[in-house]
Design a protein around this ligand. Structure first.
Ligand code: PDD
Length: 296
């Protein structure tokens, strides 16, 4: 599970061991930057347009001047996979910061953005996709602009760590009882065959997979309702699931020790998982559901 050797930077590709990060760097000192995590299946990008759009939206929102335009970004990201000869399932992590400059809160004059992107093998979480996961609830103490995929992830890190300490996969975040999203994924509640999720306002990340989940619901005539739900609604949920580029569409079976629905992945979640595999062009032999009966 090695990271591939060629790392993309704003100027050139460098070998992993030659990548030196500057001491005074806005990303390190202020979290003054943005990032994306892009899924790769069998050496090809999934949802690349959505990720690039969001990356440039995040940059504009915090006034980072991108080192090159979108067209060039596509080219470089393709080169990243080619140069590393990626053939497997993987993820690309990319980060862009406001640049290197002596520490001062205000934007430094004449500083250029720093970029790096690397690719790393990543297997699909097949067992979790089949069996489902557990979650905890946690207060959402983040700022109001979570639609920006910023490097400031401390509240997310702390929430995820709390989940880990409780042997749970994710932390479902809530502000005064209103569920927003999870520490690193979006979350959905299924009730009477309808899917509910927090509206794509400024206080959640507009997930790329979330956009596809909405499209899958449309395609399958499942009502997709962008309406916030409350913590107490969890106990009336028939099903609960989360989505992200690394977790795909993942059933949640238990929250804070409370069993959701029947305690097994439900038919709506299963159907959306199947839609995901089709959309991501997962070959039949790699399907998580090969030997599972999928509710039609
Ligand atoms: N996280 N919400 C939050 C807070 C996230 O960090 C993520 C993604 C998502 C889902 O977004 P998408 O569907 O575009 O992956 C929602 C990535 C995977 C991460 O930080 O590792």
């Amino acid at each position: 599970m090695a990271i591939y050797n060629h790392i993309l930077t704003e100027n050139q590709f460098v070998e992993q061991n030659d990548l030196r990060y500057p001491f005074e760097e806005r990303g390190l000192q202020f979290g003054d930057g943005i990032y994306e995590v892009i899924r790769v299946y069998e050496g090809r990008y999934y949802l690349i347009d959505e990720h690039i759009e969001r990356l440039y939206r995040s940059a504009a929102a915090i006034k980072i001047h991108m080192p090159f335009n979108k067209e060039e970004m596509y080219k470089r990201l393709d080169e990243l996979l080619e140069k590393n000869e990626v053939k497997s399932d993987a993820k690309v992590y990319m980060q862009i910061t406001r640049g290197s400059a002596p520490r001062d809160h205000a934007f430094p004059d004449g500083t250029e953005a720093n970029l790096y992107a690397y690719v790393k093998d990543l297997e699909r979480p097949v067992d979790h996709l089949k069996q489902g996961v557990t979650a905890i609830t946690h207060e959402d103490v983040r700022w109001d602009w979570c639609y920006i995929k910023s490097l400031n992830l401390l509240p997310n890190v702390l929430a995820k760590q709390t989940a880990k300490e409780k042997d749970s996969y994710e932390a479902i975040l809530h502000k005064n009882g209103e569920v927003t999203e999870c520490s690193s994924s979006n979350v959905y509640l299924v009730r009477n065959g309808k899917v509910y999720t927090h509206p794509a306002k400024k206080n959640i990340l507009h997930g790329c997979v979330r956009m596809r989940v909405e499209a899958f619901c449309q395609q399958e005539n499942i009502e997709f309702i962008e309406e916030p739900f409350q913590l107490e609604d969890l106990m009336y949920a028939d099903e609960l699931f989360l989505s992200s580029s690394t977790s795909e569409v993942m059933p949640i079976l238990k929250v804070d020790s409370q069993v959701i629905g029947n305690g097994v992945p439900g038919p709506v979640t299963r159907l959306l998982q199947k839609c995901y595999e089709t959309d991501a062009r997962i070959p039949a032999h790699a399907s998580a559901f090969q030997n599972l009966r999928i509710a039609e």
